[in-house]
Design a protein around this ligand. Structure first.
Ligand code: FDA
Length: 307
């Protein structure tokens, strides 16, 4: 296994320990402020406005996942509906991301489907695009089924995410092609076993490039979601060489990560969106960001040692 992935797997495991969680919730404020727009919708809309002022569009994401009761799932639906309604008053492109476990996927697929359908109806009325984030591998199949079901019902304002670290992804892409899906391609952020996912960063990167080019050649609209300078460079080179116009793809990056690059890409005429997470349940999101980057762990350690 590649060392980067050993580190990631270790951090994701340690982050699940209650005492570590307690420490980070108390002392991870610097990281929290870097990666999360705030706890309220108001703060998220302010962060989105600041991005818009710099030519970068926002993907609003109410943090929350793996809910354990129907009541909690319905409460999240209510908050996402409030977000969709708040976007209606904004002059920007309107775009939200959500997770199906936030809408009760682990309790029942039918519940997640029903709650997402409610959100999509409202989003369609307000001109909002909704993307389903992809979670860990045991949830991929149900996520694809829900996506397919809703596309068959006629919802066009719906997108999905595919992860280049999973062996299954190319087959999933074949399966989705008839829907002409709007896809976000990512490397994948979860701790996955070798039975289902590549464990070597070079293979994950190579697969990313392969899938990205295939999606572009198929004429799909692709959200190239990465901070990797090598992949961003290759995406620019490839689309130019193939004559693929800039309105057939976009770059997506996370709020707080490579902000200068976000602005630079926008200035070069590419569509750029930053994923803006907000809300009270920021811990799992933050632990994935720490797992992606050893420097982030050092930041946490320093703040712990700092008294
Ligand atoms: P990689 O990890 O190789 O990093 C390349 C370079 O980017 C690093 O060398 C560093 O310079 C910089 N970088 C990366 N992460 C950083 C960080 N946290 N802080 C600072 N610098 C960093 N995953 C998933 O499983 N399901 C999903 O739905 C999504 N959705 C999603 C949306 C968007 C808009 C983005 C950008 C990413 C996701 N992801 C995701 C996360 C994704 O799978 C992946 O974990 C991260 O993007 C990190 O991988 P990179 O592609 O950036 O490359």
């Amino acid at each position: 296994m590649d060392l980067t992935l050993v580190y990631r797997s270790f951090v994701l495991h340690v982050a699940e320990q209650p005492w570590v969680k307690g420490l980070i919730l108390k002392r991870g404020q610097r990281l929290y402020r870097r990666y999360v727009a705030g706890e309220t919708l108001e703060e998220a809309l302010q962060a989105a406005q600041a991005l818009e002022d710099q030519g970068v569009h926002a993907i609003l994401d109410l943090l929350g996942e793996m809910v354990r009761s129907e009541e909690e799932a319905r409460a999240f639906q209510g908050e996402i509906l409030a977000l969709v309604q708040a976007l209606e008053q904004k002059p920007w492109p309107r775009y939200v991301s959500l997770k199906l476990t936030q809408l009760g996927l682990d309790l029942s697929e039918g519940l997640a489907l029903e709650l997402l359908r409610g959100i999509l109806n409202e989003a369609r009325a307000q001109g909002v695009f909704v993307r389903i984030d992809m979670e860990d591998s045991p949830r991929v199949e149900a996520t694809l089924r829900i996506y397919e079901g809703l596309r068959q019902e006629g919802f066009e304002n719906l997108g999905l995410v595919l992860q280049s670290y999973l062996y299954r992804t190319e087959k999933d892409l074949d399966r989705l092609l008839p829907y002409r899906p709007n896809l976000r391609l990512v490397k994948g952020a979860y701790r996955e076993p070798k039975e289902v996912a590549f464990q070597d960063k070079r293979l994950i990167d190579a697969e990313y490039l392969h899938l990205m080019k295939r999606m572009l050649r198929e004429g799909l609209y692709v959200a190239i979601a990465t901070h990797d300078p090598r992949i961003i460079g290759e995406a620019k080179r490839y689309t130019e060489a193939m004559g693929i116009p800039k309105d057939r793809f976009e770059f997506q990056l996370l709020y707080g990560v490579r902000p200068l690059e976000q602005r630079r890409l926008a200035q070069e005429g590419y569509t750029v969106r930053a994923y803006v997470p907000y809300g009270r349940f920021w811990y799992p999101y933050l632990s994935r960001r720490i797992a992606e980057r050893p420097e982030n762990l050092l930041l946490v350690m320093r703040s712990l040692l700092g008294g």
